[in-house]
Design a protein around this ligand. Structure first.
Ligand SMILES: [Zn+2]
Length: 120
């Protein structure tokens, strides 16, 4: 699957972004936050991500190690992406691909990731 540029947003539209990524190497995770939120995550380097609007409407939630910034919309509560630094030191965005326009969610094959064993 080749990389494509998608438009993504929270539910109310206050937060919107563009991201270029391929919808493979996706994960669902069983950690304490992912299992509650039901996110399907795809990963992109920060340079492939542009926040179009809503910086002032994001709330930054952190827990455990605090390595990941779980950004969610203050108005509608939807988490469309989070921020963090990858193992190789590269600034990354974890995209909730459920928030991408035109992504055919039912056609995706995310791999299960055992985040619960790593971060709780
Ligand atoms: Zn919103």
């Amino acid at each position: 699957m080749s990389a494509q540029t998608y438009h993504g947003s929270c539910h109310c539209g206050a937060v919107a972004f563009e991201v270029t990524l391929a919808l493979d190497h996706l994960v669902t995770c069983n950690c304490s936050i992912c299992r509650r939120q039901g996110t399907i995550l795809g990963f992109a380097p920060a340079e492939n991500f542009t926040l179009l609007k809503g910086a002032e409407n994001l709330s930054d939630y952190q827990f455990a190690s605090g390595n990941i910034h779980h950004e969610f919309c203050k108005t509608c509560g939807v988490k469309s992406f989070s921020r963090g630094v990858g193992p190789d030191g590269v600034e990354m965005r974890a995209i909730n691909v459920r928030c991408l326009d035109g992504a055919d969610i039912d056609s995706l094959s995310p791999q299960k990731y055992d985040g619960a064993s790593l971060k709780g």
